[in-house]
Design a protein around this ligand. Structure first.
Ligand code: HEM
Ligand code: HEM
Length: 177
């Protein structure tokens, strides 16, 4: 029998959700940044609808991830002891915090404008119209903050893998036999 306390890599579901989350965060950020280059009209609205649908997908994944982590996920000891280990834990907590913030503000952004998804579903309008601008601004701020922290996080992971050569990516399922 495998003792879960001796495992030094994440379980399959955590790994699958991690990479799906990464793909969604990058796609959502790119859509949010690049959509301004598309002229106003149905194509642009379709792109925003895609953003909102992917956003709801990310929201569902985040809920599954948090419930899984708090209940049945494999407990993995920090890759490094001491200060480095504490810094990594803090960085991961900040990523979770920003994920929750950007998703909550994205949902608020969609509901405060009663967003129409692909002309198929119109979300109920919740909240005052005067909240539209500030919520949109906070959503964009949180989106840029998570993009910056995720970039730093990826660079640290690549530094571990290729400079320290400690096989850190193997913990997240990359290159592990
Ligand atoms: C772009 C969005 C990303 C987000 C939001 C994200 C988020 C996270 C979070 C929250 C954890 C902690 C997992 C836990 O303990 O529950 C984690 C771990 C990890 N991530 Fe990411 N990640 C992203 C992208 C990446 C990329 C691009 C790479 C690789 C280049 C990467 C490599 C890793 C590795 C290796 C771990 C395990 C670190 C360890 O065991 O100490 N992540 N990620
Ligand atoms: C990591 C996740 C996300 C990122 C990185 C992200 C990024 C962005 C960015 C950069 C903008 C452009 C802000 C501006 O210039 O006005 C934006 C707008 C928006 N986002 Fe997100 N977003 C995310 C999640 C979500 C979610 C979960 C939802 C809702 C389900 C959502 C709904 C919206 C809406 C409704 C807008 C405004 C659309 C419009 O102007 O018509 N986003 N997002």
């Amino acid at each position: 029998m495998t003792d879960s306390s001796t495992q030094n890599h994440y379980d399959r579901l955590t790994i699958a959700i991690h990479w799906l989350t990464a793909a969604l965060v990058i796609s959502l950020w790119l859509i949010g940044q690049l959509v301004d280059f598309v002229p106003r009209g149905p194509v642009r609205m379709g792109i925003w609808s895609t953003h909102v649908v992917l956003g709801f997908t990310l929201c569902a994944l985040l809920i599954i991830r948090i419930v899984w982590k708090l209940t049945a996920a494999r407990k993995v000891a920090p890759a490094n002891a001491g200060l480095m280990g504490h810094a990594a834990t803090l960085g991961h907590l900040a990523l979770y915090g920003l994920l929750i913030a950007v998703v909550a503000l994205g949902l608020a952004d969609a509901f405060v404008r009663g967003f129409n998804i692909f002309n198929i579903v119109t979300l109920p309008t919740i909240g005052d119209a005067s909240l539209r601008r500030p919520i949109n601004g906070w959503h964009e701020l949180a989106a840029n903050a998570i993009a910056a922290l995720a970039l730093l996080h990826a660079l640290v992971a690549l530094f571990h893998q290729y400079v320290l050569k400690d096989q850190l990516l193997g913990r997240m399922g990359i290159g592990r036999a």
